[in-house]
Design a protein around this ligand. Structure first.
Ligand code: PEP
Ligand code: MG
Length: 316
């Protein structure tokens, strides 16, 4: 019965007092579009393009890429589609794009935007395919780079996008240095999207693939909440958007906390959209702010969860 009530809330994401919070889907490619549309996604907040590159011997051709990107853009006419450039390395190694040296700690090695820079042909092909696909669509296409750690990388990426003819270049915030110096980085790009999975891994120095340290991999940790708050505030001060596209956005209580910290959109796996939409619709922005302040004042993930729940009366 509860499931039926949760999915009964439809339409664009918003708090009870009408503050819009676009609810977007995380997808790995065109085959995820049906589920995204069925769950009422207003667009795509994270298109993980690396799925097109996995399990093969060579990079997909520019034509193949253009076709896949166009299929996703055309599914959301007039909507927003945020594409992440190739995020290879570490937990997603590609045999045909290896890091250049030995890597005893691949999560701290040449991955994400670092690897993308090392292979200019791959970068040129992908950005070119994205630009051609974007040119013929009514969707608003935004491009973002993963694993950005410095303002220099942010500036480099924005320039690479402009050179390829792409507007709306952003970066993911998944490295603590980027959150701590968010004001420097946001000056160089159009938006942020926080990847809470990696941000948590790096904040707590707990490998997301090692089950023995899984307990530390908790986005409710107040240290992670502080980093998210720093990034969201810097973006707000600059008048730019700051979404969240990590697993944290799929937890309805944490979603309220994120909105309370100034996050402007939430992107998640399609099945999580209806419950998040329903819980947001029952709380005001001020209640979300109170929940966020209480969570950040806590000293552990468990305390943060409890403190937030106490400020959100309409959870059950
Ligand atoms: C993240 O790190 O939170 C994220 C969204 O990216 P991925 O899980 O693909 O690394
Ligand atoms: Mg990530």
């Amino acid at each position: 019965a509860r499931r039926a009530v949760l999915s009964a809330v439809t339409g664009p994401g918003a708090t009870a007092d009408g503050h819009a919070v676009p609810l977007l889907a995380n997808i790995g490619g065109p085959r995820d579009l049906d589920a995204a549309l069925a769950s009422g996604a207003e667009g795509v907040g994270l298109y993980r393009t690396e799925f097109l590159f996995l399990d093969r011997d060579a990079a997909p051709t520019p034509e193949e890429q253009e076709e896949a990107y166009r299929a996703v853009f055309d599914a959301f006419p007039g909507g927003r589609v945020v594409v992440r450039t190739l995020d290879a390395g570490a937990d997603k190694p590609l045999a045909f794009l290896p890091p250049h040296g030995e890597e005893p700690n691949p999560a701290l090695g040449e991955r994400g935007v670092r690897l993308f820079r090392r292979y200019p042909d791959v970068m040129t092909d992908q950005l070119g395919a994205l630009a051609r696909a974007a040119a013929g669509t009514s969707a608003t296409v935004e491009i973002m780079a993963p694993m950005v750690a410095t303002a220099e990388e942010a500036a480099w990426f924005a320039q690479a996008c402009r050179t390829a003819g792409l507007e709306n270049a952003g970066i993911m915030i998944e490295v603590p240095s980027a959150a701590i110096r968010a004001a420097d980085l946001i000056e160089r790009v159009d938006f942020f999207s926080i990847g809470t999975n990696d941000l948590t891994q790096y904040a707590l120095a707990a490998d997301r693939q090692v089950s023995e340290v899984a307990e530390l991999q908790d986005p409710w940790h107040p240290a992670v909440l502080d980093l998210i708050g720093m990034a969201a505030s810097a973006a707000a001060d600059a008048g730019k958007g700051c979404g969240v596209c990590g697993e944290a956005a799929a937890d309805p209580v944490l979603a309220c906390v994120l909105v309370g910290m100034g996050v402007t959109s939430l992107s998640m796996a399609a099945p999580a959209l209806p419950p998040v939409r329903a819980v947001l619709a029952r709380h005001t922005r001020e209640q979300c702010r109170q929940a966020a302040a209480a969570a950040r004042a806590a000293t552990s993930p468990a305390e943060a969860r409890t403190a937030a729940r106490e400020r959100l009366p309409e959870l059950d």
